[in-house]
Design a protein around this ligand. Structure first.
Ligand SMILES: Nc1ncnc2c1ncn2[C@@H]1O[C@H](COP(=O)(O)OP(=O)(O)OP(=O)(O)O)[C@@H](O)[C@H]1O
Ligand code: SF4
Ligand SMILES: [Mg+2]
Length: 328
């Protein structure tokens, strides 16, 4: 299924600020095959949303991609014309935003905006379009689709609006969906349920998914692969079993130890010391060094990508080799 494969190759995104050029994405690379789900995980400010916006061609000035390739089905998106990009968005790749109102128009009925999303890319009759909208709403677990189609966004609950935004992303059966923490306003159990529904749908339609979250427990068990971001770089990447079962990077370990679901009940949770660095203040050292319990003189330069095993790689000079105890 190479026609649907998404390959991100050494993507660099920078901002020109009054204090100089800030590198917000630093050689980000990963690959997604048809139907695969990748969790993109990291603390606030690590570059998760920017990765999504860069891939979708939605970066606002002064942000710009300065190098790297974004290849979907053999074509580099960076070489596309504005018209080709517009056609690709919502059709071959769709994004679900943290705030569903980024997708929804407050003054249009749900039916009108869903039909518009279909008609932007395909010519079908109104009744066929409405049938597709109804099916998409049912797919994301909306019980009475006809009623919801007649509603305006403000007449729906927050969770319902999210489901509608997800249904809109699914409408044109895209090759890739980028979901940017679309469920953070909901509790972790509901987030897991919605991701499970999306996983089921995407497996059926061969749609690949990048699921952005700061909470590893949301993607555990549902994502095929996990990429962990820190200060604009992917610092650990592998299958979910590798990253969660044998986390090698000190930052990944810290994240896992700080998630209640992965730790024994009633045990005090670990907190990674310190704070994520400001991108404008990064030095040539490993960006995690000020917070790392394993740092030493070697860490004065940024570690390159190093394989741990097949399909599992990290950026660290002193990876952990032993599994983490107590990961539930
Ligand atoms: N216009 C801008 N100028 C300079 N830096 C920017 C600009 N927009 C974003 N950034 C920087 O890019 C970095 C990555 O931001 P991004 O929104 O991708 O983080 P995130 O991982 O999605 O965080 P969150 O979990 O809070 O959503 C941030 O550290 C931010 O400072
Ligand atoms: S390279 Fe050094 S400072 Fe960076 S994460 Fe690894 S051990 Fe820690
Ligand atoms: Mg974000």
């Amino acid at each position: 299924m190479t026609a649907k494969r998404l390959k991100i190759d050494n993507l660099v995104t920078e901002f020109v600020t009054p204090d100089g050029v800030v590198r917000a994405l630093d050689h980000v690379s990963f690959e997604l095959k048809a139907g695969q789900i990748m969790g993109l995980v990291g603390e606030s400010g690590s570059g998760k949303s920017l990765t999504g916006f860069s891939i979708m061609g939605l970066l606002d000035a002064p942000g710009r991609i300065t190098s790297g390739r974004i290849v979907l089905g053999g074509q580099d998106i960076r070489t596309m014309t504005a018209e080709q990009l517009r056609h690709m968005r919502g059709n071959r790749m769709a994004m679900i935003f943290q705030d569903p109102m980024m997708t929804l128009n407050p003054v249009m009925k749900i039916s009108a905006q869903m039909v518009e999303a279909i008609e932007a890319h395909r010519r079908i009759s109104k009744s066929e379009a409405i049938n597709e909208c109804r099916a998409a709403l049912a797919m994301v677990g909306i019980a009475s689709p006809d009623e919801r189609l007649e509603a305006y966004p403000h007449q729906l609950s927050g969770g319902m609006r999210q489901r509608v935004a997800i249904a809109i992303a699914l409408l044109n059966k895209p090759d890739v969906i980028i979901a940017d923490e679309p469920t953070t306003a909901l509790d972790v159990t509901i987030q897991g349920q919605i991701l499970a529904e999306i996983q089921k749908i995407c497996r059926q339609t061969d749609t690949a998914v990048i699921w952005i979250t700061h909470d590893l427990s949301v993607v555990s068990g549902l994502a095929d692969h996990i990429s962990v971001m820190y200060a604009g770089k992917i610092v650990e990447q592998g299958t979910s079993a590798q990253v969660l079962g044998n986390p090698a990077h000190p930052y990944t370990r810290g994240l896992i130890r700080s998630v209640p679901a992965f730790n024994p009940p009633h045990q005090r949770l670990y907190q990674i010391p310190g704070m994520a660095p400001a991108l404008s203040q990064l030095t040539p050292a490993c960006a995690f060094q000020p917070r790392c319990e394993r740092s030493c003189v070697a860490c004065a330069i940024a570690p390159p990508v190093t394989p741990v095993s097949t399909d599992h790689a990290i950026r660290c000079f002193h990876p952990y080799r032993e599994p983490l105890e107590f990961v539930g």
